[in-house]
Design a protein around this ligand. Structure first.
Ligand SMILES: [Mn+2]
Length: 263
């Protein structure tokens, strides 16, 4: 039994990095389908792999196979590379089998609203912030993700639901909050300037769907979040409305493994 949406957006899978959770995404994709699937960047962490910080596990290969299968069954799959899979940007305008690669895209929803689909790393360059504090924030963020994985590993063993330390701390760290707020404001402003009704992006690993006002004109801001920590996706329902999904269920593979160990 699976859910069917008009469109589905995922980003920041970071496949190939140590923080990637491919089996969770595979579990999600098995149960959530759409007429159009958008891969909104940082699907592969080519940066981590190129710098020798990567890790390619069996579940990474399984997810890749699943994406290939998904692309053959989904009427339209549009891949918009991000800064971690930037080499794929040279494929913009071309096809990888059934997957269409684009730099960015305008999606028209069932209600006629037009959404700008972009990874969003370009907004970051417009943030006016001290680069030193940014890099410190970035490093402690990744450190936090490590810690988060460790905590959830033990929570998983004790059958406790997934808990996001990063979300917990992120909302309290002032510098991170300021960065994310600036990112969102720039994205919203830029979308309004282009005369579009909304933006669907990724990059900052903070999932959201909200209405905003730009000089009396409503703009919808949506961020897919990620598959490292928040395990989230944006979907368009058949009436054209957007919704944020969180997928915190334990993956089947993990359950089967736990059962096998217990038996
Ligand atoms: Mn990114």
């Amino acid at each position: 039994m699976s859910n069917r949406y008009r469109a589905l957006w995922i980003s920041d899978v970071h496949l190939g990095s140590r923080d990637s959770e491919p089996q969770r995404l595979a579990d999600f994709l098995a149960q959530n389908r759409a007429d159009t699937v958008y891969l909104v960047g940082d699907i592969f962490d080519m940066k981590a792999l190129a710098q020798g910080r990567g890790s390619w596990c069996q579940s990474s290969s399984l997810l890749l196979e699943m994406l290939a299968e998904l692309s053959s069954k989904t009427p339209e799959v549009i891949y918009i590379p991000g800064n971690h899979d930037a080499p794929m940007r040279s494929w913009a305008g071309k096809r990888l089998g059934n997957i269409r690669v684009e730099r960015d895209w305008v999606h028209t929803a069932a209600d006629g609203r037009r959404y700008w689909v972009t990874h969003g790393d370009q907004f970051e360059h417009q943030i006016d912030i001290n680069p030193i504090s940014y890099h410190i924030g970035d490093r402690s963020y990744y450190l936090m993700l490590r810690l988060n994985r460790w905590i959830n590993y033990w929570r998983g063993r004790f059958d406790k639901p997934w808990w996001s330390l990063a979300n917990h701390v992120k909302s309290r760290v002032q510098a991170a909050r300021r960065l994310m707020r600036s990112f969102e404001e720039i994205a919203i402003r830029e979308t309004g300037r282009r005369g579009l009704d909304g933006v669907i992006c990724g990059h900052i690993h903070r999932a959201a769907v909200r209405h905003s006002d730009v000089s009396g004109r409503g703009v919808i801001y949506a961020n897919c979040g990620d598959w490292v920590d928040s395990m989230s996706a944006v979907v368009e329902k058949h009436d054209g409305s957007l919704e944020l999904l969180h997928w915190h269920r334990a993956p089947k593979i993990a359950r089967i493994m736990t059962e096998a160990v217990a038996a």
